[in-house]
Design a protein around this ligand. Structure first.
Ligand SMILES: [Zn+2]
Length: 461
């Protein structure tokens, strides 16, 4: 629901407003999304596959990889595209795009989709990928960002503070950068309160001092950073009295982390699932902790190791088909994350439900039997409660089938008795036995895009 009219582009006609052309386009998209979120699955799929037909015809004509694929297999596109036809197409891996990006680039993107811009992924999973997108695709990314704001309504006059990755020298402590408004899609449509950003490479002390000066109503950051901040704040008795919501981005948020964060500052946690290549893939349901796949722009499949669809509740590889990118079409593109689907949501929205995102292949623990699992070693709160020593950051690394390293950033190193206690609980949580060695660095560096992984398997890397 909109609590205020959009910004009017016609002086003296404030209500109902006459928005700018760009804002009108966004509102027209939002009007459709407002309806289609309630469509039953069959109706949503009808329109998804109609749109996919447009994309496949374009790919066949102008994208070398698909032109060759269809020619080599002597495949003609059926009159009506459906799921069974989609499932005959090969799964494309990130490495395919890294090796030969030109194969996946359209030689003739539709002019009516607007100007094309190119971007690079940040390379957290190897060599960066260069991909293009049109103004139309960009506008759709904005539409889903706006849907997110409408699904999780905030008081738009409040202050928004973001702590995230920037290049060194940008938005550094102590001041960060201040803006008069929230920026992005909101600026096209609505008047919002001020915002400020800070580089996540700032120390916890600097981050907390900055937040206390800025007095945010809403904070956007990585779950790992927010957990460290809440621990630091509790340790030093610091509070943020105006804070109403934590918005997590860019990392997997476990149910434990969500609960701890929410309890620590008594606020709502809102998360989303997105990727650099395709924008918003799933947004948190307005009424539940799970996510709705943004089916108007993406088809998400969860596949097992033999590329067969996983049933509801079974963890598999996340494979996406973006329906509107005609510049670098991503068709059955394996993003590298694992996830699981859930049954239809009680909220009544027909958009498919993604129960959880579990992380990447390298976040799976390999057991001595050769099986692998997404491990749950425990969390900040559990380790702090066990030892009485505040914990700011942790990371578990698997070096071999027998040996794990535990890196803990703490107020002080643990003695051998405390280490044994932590190891015992950790191994009980994970349900398997390993040799455990501890280290106590001053800081654990983040990945190239600011993301942090609590567990990494280093075998074979
Ligand atoms: Zn729902």
């Amino acid at each position: 629901m909109l609590a205020q009219p959009p910004i009017s582009n016609v002086q003296s006609l404030l209500f109902p407003a006459f928005p700018s052309l760009q804002a009108m386009q966004q509102m027209a998209l939002q009007f459709q999304l407002g309806e289609s979120q309630w469509w039953p699955q069959e109706l949503l799929e009808t329109h998804q596959f109609r749109q996919l037909g447009q994309l496949l015809a374009h790919a066949q004509q102008t994208v070398p990889f698909y032109r060759d694929l269809f020619a080599a297999g002597d495949i003609s596109l059926p009159e009506t595209i459906d799921r069974s036809f989609l499932e005959t197409l090969p799964v494309v891996h990130r490495s395919d795009l890294q090796l030969d990006p030109a194969q996946f680039l359209s030689t003739a993107p539709p002019k009516e989709h607007g100007p094309v811009a190119f971007a690079m992924t940040s390379g957290s999973t190897g060599r960066p990928i260069r991909f293009g997108r049109s103004a139309a695709t960009q506008a759709l990314w904005g539409a889903f960002a706006l849907r997110d704001l409408l699904w999780h309504p905030r008081d738009w006059s409040g202050k928004l503070c973001t702590i995230r990755w920037f290049h060194r020298g940008v938005a550094e402590a102590p001041d960060g950068i201040s803006h008069p408004s929230w920026g992005g899609i909101t600026d096209q449509l609505f008047k919002s309160g001020p915002s400020a950003v800070l580089n996540v490479n700032s120390t916890l002390e600097d981050q907390m001092a900055w937040l206390q000066r800025e007095k945010p109503d809403f904070i956007v950051s990585y779950a790992s950073n927010l957990q460290a901040l809440t621990a630091y704040a509790a340790r030093h008795g610091l509070v943020l009295p105006r804070l109403r919501e934590l918005r997590t981005v860019g990392e997997t948020v476990t149910p434990e982390a969500r609960r701890r964060l929410s309890e620590a500052w008594q606020v709502e946690i809102v998360d989303c699932y997105s990727c650099e290549e395709s924008g918003y893939l799933a947004l948190q349901c307005p009424d539940h902790d799970h996510y709705h796949i943004q089916g108007e722009s993406v088809i998400v499949e969860i596949l097992d190791d033999n590329d067969r669809p996983c049933p509801v509740g079974v963890v598999g590889r996340i494979v996406l088909t973006n329906l509107n990118n005609f510049v670098t079409p991503l068709i059955r593109y394996e993003i590298g994350d694992y996830g699981e689907l859930a049954e239809a949501c009680p909220c009544g929205r027909g958009l498919p439900v993604l129960k959880r995102v579990h992380g990447r292949t390298r976040n799976r623990l390999i057991l001595p039997s050769g099986e692998n699992i997404f491990p749950n070693f425990g969390d900040h709160g559990q380790i702090t409660a066990l030892t009485g020593v505040p914990l700011y950051q942790f990371q578990f690394l698997q070096h071999s089938l027998e040996r794990l390293e535990v890196k803990l950033v703490m107020e002080r190193p643990l003695d051998s008795r405390e280490q044994a206690k932590v190891a015992e609980v950790m191994l009980r949580n994970v349900g398997h036995s390993f040799e455990v060695v501890f280290s106590f660095p001053a800081e654990i560096p983040r990945g190239p895009n600011g993301k942090f992984e609590e567990f990494k398997c280093l075998i074979g890397s």
